[in-house]
Write a protein that binds this ligand. Structure first.
Ligand code: SAH
Length: 455
């Protein structure tokens, strides 16, 4: 029987996707923060439950050869908890991510599907092009200061933005400028509990290929006092800022963005280049957070699609149209469906500006694809789906089977729902024999995967 507060000597045999080392003590699976696969460690149990236990590291007896140097560990990580794999070599992280996908396939009953080695750009820092920082305040010495940063792990306490290793340095500088602006002009921070105060989040995006930056204060009101001063200072210090917009969110909710944006300065979008195409991105539209990773993913998806001249492509969950426009030729009949109206506006614009002659985009739910294709008189020889984490609904899968394209390329950011859907597709006659994981989110516990399903 394991004892709480007792110390034990353990061999850590795994590292889970929440960043806990895993060891067995008397047959009980034990999760231990700050340890990694291959460590020999002395640990103390802080929780003993029926089927598992939780421990903390007391002393490393023999550090794992898979550990990387402490100097590589992000200073913010202890408080933020986002980079669960930063204590191990990148090679080991990729092996763990592949193993996670293997396990997901096995659990769902898709273990006949081979899982390839993870594809990666090998870039493990500074790759994120988007950040949404909560705004709060802290008091000391009788003074109240604005803090803009991130939430401490598993809490709603805001900690100041020490530099995050995954984001470009310039984001921290804009955060700092904005916090000083709020202090200087007396702009209040939003308080989640009371629903009072103005500034809720600072939302930033950078287009990696063009360098253009979007700055979007999310506010609990319809205007930002001293907006001109804010914009003047921002554009003078950071000439790459191409778009400053406020997003209005007056709801008492933990959803970050409201439905409306209005431009304070510059364009209502920024532009990035992906797979040789140019894309306009509005604040409310989805855009892959790792541009170079997206290029790798889309090129792989293109090779799976094998589109022949004249074949029509359906891009379901198309966002701003990036995948369809990247993988298709200018005369490919392309139909995109997406639920966010601003993304569809971007997609139409993007298709036209890239010279796509036969592209049409519809705002709607994926489950309306049947009606949309019927009403527009379009068909599809190939389909790309790229749903959110919850995956496809059974009605979308059965409609795709009815549509009977030659090939369905499925891009997924959640291996568990992908595995579930592979099994559901098998029931309607579409199978795959391999999954290709792609590392779009280095250092974090997430992994993207892509498969090609054929009849
Ligand atoms: N393929 C795009 C976007 C993928 S993210 C890209 O790579 O950039 C998933 C997209 O699905 C988001 O744009 C989201 O707004 C959209 N979405 C979410 N639920 C949806 C639904 N039920 N029907 C249609 N689109 C949906």
């Amino acid at each position: 029987m394991l004892q709480k507060n007792q110390t034990y000597r353990v061999s850590v045999t795994d590292l889970n996707n929440l960043g806990f080392g895993v060891a067995r003590i008397d047959g009980i699976t034990t999760f231990i923060a700050d340890t990694v696969t291959g460590d020999e460690a002395e640990i103390k149990l802080i929780k003993v439950a029926k089927t598992y236990a939780v421990g903390i590291l007391v002393r490393l007896i023999t550090p794992s050869p898979m550990r990387c140097g402490e100097e590589e560990v992000c200073p913010a990580s202890r408080k933020c908890g986002g980079c669960v794999y930063q204590r191990v070599t990148y090679a080991h992280e990729l092996a763990l991510k592949r193993q996670y996908v293997v396990y997901a396939m096995k659990k769902a009953g898709a273990d006949n599907v081979r899982v390839n080695e993870v594809l990666s750009t090998q870039k493990t820092s500074g790759y994120r092009n988007k950040a949404q920082y909560p705004v709060g305040c802290e008091s000391s010495d009788g003074k109240t200061r604005t803090v803009i940063g991130f939430y401490a792990a598993k809490s709603h306490r805001i900690i100041g933005a020490e530099h995050c290793a995954l984001q470009p340095q310039i984001f921290s500088e804009i955060v700092c400028y904005t916090a000083n602006f709020c202090d200087e002009y007396g702009i209040s921070a939003y308080n989640e509990e009371t629903g009072e105060g103005l500034f809720r989040h600072l939302y930033l995006r950078i287009a990696a290929a063009t360098g253009q930056i979007m700055v979007c204060p999310v506010i609990n009101g319809t205007s930002l006092p001293h907006a001109d001063a804010y914009c003047d200072g921002l554009t003078a210090r950071f000439p790459a800022v191409a778009s400053i917009q406020i997003n209005v969110n007056t709801q008492k909710t933990n959803v970050i963005l409201g439905e409306h944006c209005s431009v304070l300065r510059g364009k209502p979008y920024i532009e990035d280049v992906l797979c040789g195409r140019r894309f306009r991105i509005s604040p409310l539209s989805f855009y892959q957070v790792n541009r170079d990773g997206a290029e790798l993913l889309y090129n792989y998806a293109k090779s799976l699609l094998c589109l022949q001249p004249g074949e029509a492509l359906l891009d379901l969950y198309c966002g701003i149209g990036t995948i369809g426009i990247s993988v298709a030729d200018n005369d490919t009949p392309l139909i995109g469906i997406e639920i966010i109206p601003q993304a569809i506006e971007n997609a139409r614009d993007n298709a036209a500006r890239n010279g796509m002659k036969n592209a049409r985009f519809f705002c709607g739910d994926a489950s309306d694809a049947k009606t949309i294709l019927q009403d527009s008189g379009m068909h599809a020889d190939a389909v790309i789906v790229d749903p959110p984490r919850k995956g496809l609904t059974p009605d979308v899968i059965s409609y795709l089977a009815e549509l009977a394209p030659k090939r369905i390329v499925y891009i997924s950011c959640d291996a568990d729902t992908l595995a579930r859907d592979i099994v559901r597709f098998r029931e309607v006659g579409y199978t795959t024999d391999e999954v290709q994981p792609v590392d779009m989110f280095s250092r974090t516990g997430h992994v993207e995967s892509v498969v090609s399903l054929t009849r």
